[in-house]
Ligand binder design. Structure first.
Ligand code: F6P
Length: 318
């Protein structure tokens, strides 16, 4: 039976999304299925912005950041009416499966669509905040991008003997901040999951200074609060010049790392395997280096936890 698939990348773009699109398209065409691309995320689905994809559509994209299908922040999909419009686009085209490549928010919306049409989700987000998977597509690349910037900040921090508070992305979670902190050799990490103690941080920084340390890097997850306020309070307590550097959207772009490309290819190929088995409403995950799948309902009903071992490494090596 010739299945018809639609692929969508509805949330924050992540490096490697194109590699995942490529894998789903190529594996599906090999099965003799038809594949459609939904442009501009859920807004495009509501507005019927959908085109058939071919083998050539995904040539030369594995190394490109962003998503060739574009995305959007769509509020309408959260309404009953918007959801119905999105589903009717898929029904009109006799789409059998919707493949959703995205993060936490995209998967939550996919679960709503799954009441009307089967979905398969591929976790892709620089936040790495999807429950049940050790890693999301783009996370590895975002770490590399942030660490490269922080290594440069460390140079000027050392030259001026300053404290730098570097704000990184991650929405309400600290997964990106924690991995970036360990990889960049930061002295402190501040994440939304753990309430920070300003006095304790100030004491550590003053002690480090007395021991002759000439720079301090504090990684501050954007969801942990107001980074400027934090830096001002810290400088007041320590008397040591403190600066803020917010990395912002560079963390979302760039050519995907080899690891992100491999993960994307594995996830995309596995998603097509699930569809071949007529499995429905699953999220593709990687656990202890094994590709597997979980029910969408299980993923959205649970909150991913911080890796306490990674946190302890930072404290013992910082
Ligand atoms: O979810 C990915 C992400 O980059 C978050 O880390 C960040 O908080 C958010 O998207 C920014 O959203 P927008 O692109 O809509 O500004």
């Amino acid at each position: 039976m010739t299945l018809k698939l639609a692929i969508i990348t509805p949330g924050g773009d992540a490096p490697g999304m194109n590699a995942a699109i490529r894998a789903v398209v190529r594996a599906s065409l090999k099965e003799g299925w038809e594949v459609f691309g939904v442009y501009r995320g859920y807004q495009g689905l509501i507005e019927k912005d959908i085109k058939q994809l071919t083998h050539r559509s995904v040539s030369g994209i594995i190394h490109l950041g962003g998503t060739i299908l574009k995305s959007s922040r769509c509020q309408e999909i959260k309404t009953e009416q918007g959801l119905k419009k999105a589903v009717s686009t898929l029904k009109e085209l006799n789409i059998d499966y919707l493949v959703v490549i995205g993060g936490d928010g995209s998967i939550k919306a996919a679960e709503k669509i799954s009441k009307y049409l089967p979905v398969i989700c591929i976790p892709a987000s620089i936040d790495n905040d999807v429950y049940g998977t050790d890693e999301t597509i783009g996370f590895d690349t975002a770490i590399d991008t942030a660490v490269e910037a922080i290594d440069k900040i460390r140079d000027t921090a050392t030259s001026f003997e300053r404290v730098f508070v570097v704000e990184v992305m991650g929405r309400e979670h600290g997964f990106l901040a924690l991995s970036v902190a360990v990889a960049s050799g930061a002295e402190v990490v501040i994440i939304p999951e753990i309430k920070y103690n300003l006095d304790k941080i100030a004491k550590k920084i003053k002690q480090d200074k007395q021991k002759g340390k000439s720079s301090e890097i504090i990684i501050f997850a954007e969801g942990a609060g107001n980074v400027e306020e934090f830096a001002l309070k810290l400088e007041t307590k320590t008397g040591i010049p403190t600066r803020v550097s917010s990395l912002g959207y560079i963390q979302r772009g760039g050519s995907p790392s080899a690891r992100s490309r491999i993960l994307a290819s594995l996830f995309g190929e596995y998603a097509v395997k699930l569809i071949k088995e007529r499995q429905k409403n699953k999220v593709v995950v990687i656990q202890n280096n094994k590709i597997y799948h979980l029910d969408v309902k299980t993923v959205i009903a649970n909150e991913k936890q911080i890796d306490s071992h990674l946190l302890s490494i930072l404290e013992s090596l910082g």
